[in-house]
Design a protein around this ligand. Sequence first.
Ligand code: BES
Ligand code: ZN
Length: 457
Amino acid sequence: MKKKAITVALATGLVLSPMSFTVDAAKPVPNEQADHAFDNKVIKKISSENMYNNIALLSKQPREAGTEGEYQAVQYIKSEFERYGYETKLQPFTIQEWDGGDSSISINDQVFSGDVHTFEGSINDRVTGSLVYVGLGSKNEVGDDVAGKIALIERGSYSFYEKIQNVYDKGAIGVIMFNGEGRSGNSFGYTYEGQDIPAVGITREAGLQLVDQLKKEDVQATVSVENAGAVDKTSYNVVAKKEPHPNKDTGQIVTVGAHHDSVPNGPGANDDASGVAATLELARIMAKTPTDTELRFVTFGAEEKGLVGSYYYADSLTDEEIENSVAHFQMDMVGSRDAGELIMFTPDGNKNLVTDLGASAGARISGAVDYGELGRSDHVPFFLKGIPAALFIHAPLEPWYHSPEDTIDKISKEKLQNVAEIVGAAVYQVARPDTPALEKARVAPNPVDYDFDDRPL
Ligand code: BES
Ligand code: ZN
């Protein structure tokens, strides 16, 4: 039978250059159909019900890194990976957490009854002096009279740094800051290196009362901060590995990941129990699917603390593992009913192998997926190691982002299903045994048009 060589350009020449391969000229290009058939092997098995149930379970409580909530999530994720048949390891790492210790205020020798919050970074000290109100604490408002006194400052308009520096420069010995207009609670505030005075936060109501009191009388105040400082805590990455079929090993590694930690007071149903649930679901399916590529399913800890877990994971890779890693798919916030369309973000705003694979899988499933430029998640450390990586997320974001309202009732099974199908099909296009190693493989079946999109977040 006559064969002819044809060249198919990949969607981008950046990662892989155009390459030739042969097809049967009599039966031309059955690629689309073949790819659909391969997609179906994976996507028919994806259950949005499974993902939804896992999100419901994980979002019962916050999963802040280093807390019991995170640890319980980590144990659950590990046990799920193991149930699917994966060799699973916990990768512990240390994070430094601020502990505000015990702070208190007294006013004219009476212990202040309201809640007192220690500013992050405050020194430990106990100081007593006259209380002086300096408004918003701008340079203009802070006079020389603040020397040796405790400054009462309103939050707002200027940075914590500026406010505290202004009173510190004038010789204040302590800071009480009350919350800004329209803000509730007193959990706010930072001090910076060299601002060596104790600083605490109180509610707006309590602060305005002090302002009133100062109009009528002199006030002596004590500010005390004890036992505040950084404490070490342990966070974890959960790493599940699937070796390729021994006879078909291409030597290549593909990683799929999400972060399991949440912000402190949020249940993080969408951010990012959704990504964890999608990672678990793809792991469940791939466990029984023969592959020629090593697959790693990783959930990261301490993403919300500055991508700490994923930096730790990427730094733990050997040069050889980095060399062999051809793609990292990060799923973060992939199930919100109230967010926009799926987009793939890369830290440099360039296409790469992962976006090519995602766009073409998208085109086969529900329409090509666009790409944009953004860091802010665990794809960044992979990118910095030179591994093609992208963040799969819906944008614009939902209004519940990082709030206690990020709950299971806002999760859309359709969104979850769609992202898991696209990422699953993209991963399988590399990992399925009929496609040779990437250098020689035609991984994107046809050039797919997908565009840069700088839609707002
Ligand atoms: N899921 C978000 C990432 C995100 C936020 C993507 C907004 C797109 C738009 C992630 O969990 C997060 O909040 N990341 C931190 C960054 C990190 C370095 C602390 C953020 O963006 O503030
Ligand atoms: Zn997130």
